[in-house]
Design a protein around this ligand. Structure first.
Ligand code: FAD
Ligand code: SF4
Ligand code: SF4
Length: 462
């Protein structure tokens, strides 16, 4: 008999007051008993709607059936057939819009906690198994992957399993992409990212860091060095600003810069040479996951007050519900229907406040969300010493400007054939945020998988 509890087994979490001041993981993970009990909520539906919601088609009912019997290693092995980064996906996938969004248990209650179970299986494997995959025999073909984010790593892993000699060229000094420099430690411990990347290294994937392709080497030069195909997974790391007065003041950051300093350059640890300015009152502008991450990081960096300033209402906020709730529990204050018009500076050029205006919602715009309209004369000043702009990002133009034949659309995203992920240049494939603009980890992984299959097809027919 399945467990017919309408609610998911609750996830143990750190106390909000305590966690708001430390960088340790917020969600603590299921115990074995909790995992088995949650797995028993799955009805083992024959038509498997949940699988169609997963961009990498994890065999969900099959792995959950093993979990329900307490076979955690077996569950991990099933997940690993299609997902090379399960501990990461179990933590950061927006499951409510993907696998869990399609789960039939969600019709009359909460869906099965597929992400939580996936995380449990991956963590259990890491804690209990030393086994590493064997490096497959080489087929003699060389492929270059640009960018060690989830799209590049997935493409590299899938090609390595097929016997390709894959080298990943990463601009930063560590691999992981946004998993490493963007998503904070308290949501995704970096040790987990390291461990999942180590598994890829065991498959034979070589990762070369500090290699900015387009500067150190061009794609033409990679091809001259014998790489027969190239995958571009260079992400969308170029931040946007509002273009308002005061954005050049000291104390204004893009969320990317702020999070990179905190996550990658360890600004929160003493002795590191990349501190962030000590802040008492911080305004984060934006309403997505990146804004929530920046706001919650600012609290942990010691700010007394952290505000989210968002021009629409809570209903339109694009961030995951869970992240919004966690931010609220931790004490982040939400200034909804407010928009900055000017950042104010003191005589030394440091931020001392932000002038905002109240907004109201009009008719839906092209995105389907109600258009925010300024309420004339409702200006007010928020006293802050730091402003973090979390307004979205776009792909860096470096690769397209140094690679003949590579076309991009007007937003700077690379143009690909959506079935094969081939770009407008033969032998060069692309996927992830470099193609879609800022999206999700699992969509980037799905694109990396599709590209790996196409590259295999292309090279087999050469
Ligand atoms: P990236 O992860 O951006 O990786 C690209 C890599 O390419 C980087 O390491 C970069 O240094 C490297 N690179 C760039 N140019 C070059 C070059 N010329 N040469 C060599 N290397 C290069 N998604 C979710 O699903 N869930 C979340 O909770 C979530 N939270 C997020 C929080 C933040 C703060 C941010 C910024 C994003 C978040 N996302 C989340 C989005 C998700 O992380 C991205 O969609 C995903 O990482 C895209 O993967 P990618 O491989 O395309 O690019
Ligand atoms: Fe769900 Fe993400 Fe796992 Fe797919 S990879 S089953 S979308 S949590
Ligand atoms: Fe189990 Fe839900 Fe998938 Fe049905 S839809 S098999 S209940 S996870």
């Amino acid at each position: 008999m399945p467990n017919m509890n309408p609610n998911k087994t609750a996830m143990p979490v750190q106390d909000p007051k305590e966690r708001a001041r430390n960088f340790e993981e917020v969600a603590l993970g299921y115990t074995e008993e909790m995992a088995v009990s949650e797995a028993q909520r799955c009805l083992q539906c024959k038509h498997m709607p949940c699988v169609s919601g997963c961009p990498v088609n994890v065999h969900i009912p099959e792995f959950i059936a093993k979990m329900a019997q307490g076979d955690f290693e077996g569950a991990y092995q099933v997940i690993g057939l299609t997902n090379g980064l399960p501990a990461i996906c179990g933590r950061v996938c927006p499951q409510e819009n993907q696998c869990e969004g399609k789960c039939v248990r969600g019709i009359k209650g909460e869906p099965v906690g597929i992400g939580r179970l996936e995380r449990f299986a991956a963590d259990w494997h890491m804690a209990h198994s030393q086994a590493q995959p064997e490096k497959p025999a080489s087929n003699g073909h060389k492929v270059a992957v640009i960018g060690a984010g989830p799209s590049g790593l997935t493409c590299a892993g899938d090609l390595a399993k097929l016997g390709y000699e894959v080298t990943v060229f990463e601009a930063f000094h560590t691999p992981g992409g946004v998993l490493d420099y963007g998503i904070p430690e308290f949501r995704l411990p970096k040790e987990i990212v390291r461990r999942e990347i180590d598994t890829l290294r065991h498959l034979g994937v070589e990762i070369m860091t500090n290699m900015v392709i387009g500067k150190v080497l061009s794609i033409d030069e990679l091809e001259q060095q014998g790489y027969e195909a190239v995958f571009i997974g260079s992400g969308a790391g170029l931040p946007s600003f509002m273009g308002i007065e005061g954005e050049a003041l000291v104390g204004v950051y893009s969320a990317n810069e702020y999070l990179t300093r905190v996550n990658l350059m360890k600004a929160y640890l003493p002795g590191y040479a990349t501190p962030v300015k000590p802040s008492k009152r911080v305004a984060v502008v934006g309403g997505g996951n990146v804004a929530m991450d920046a706001a919650r990081s600012a609290l942990r960096m010691g700010a007394e007050k952290v505000y989210i300033v968002y021009r629409r209402s809570l209903e339109e906020m694009p961030a995951r519900r869970e992240e919004i709730e966690h931010a609220m529990e931790e004490g982040v204050e939400f200034h909804l229907l407010n928009n900055p018009v000017k950042i104010l500076g003191d005589e030394n050029g440091w931020v001392k406040g932000m002038e905002c205006i109240e907004m109201e919602l009009g008719e839906p715009d092209e995105s389907g969300r109600r258009r925010p309209i300024e309420k004339k004369g409702s200006n007010f000043t928020l006293e802050v010493d730091t402003v973090i702009m979390a307004l979205g990002t776009s792909p860096n133009p470096l690769l397209r400007s140094t690679t003949p034949g590579l076309e991009a659309n007007r937003k700077g995203c690379l143009v690909v054939n959506e079935e094969t992920m081939q770009t407008t240049r033969e032998g060069v494939y692309a996927g992830g945020d470099a193609v879609t603009g800022a999206a999700t980890v699992i969509l980037a992984m799905g694109a990396g998988k599709t590209a790996a299959a196409s590259i295999d097809e292309y090279l087999k027919n050469q």
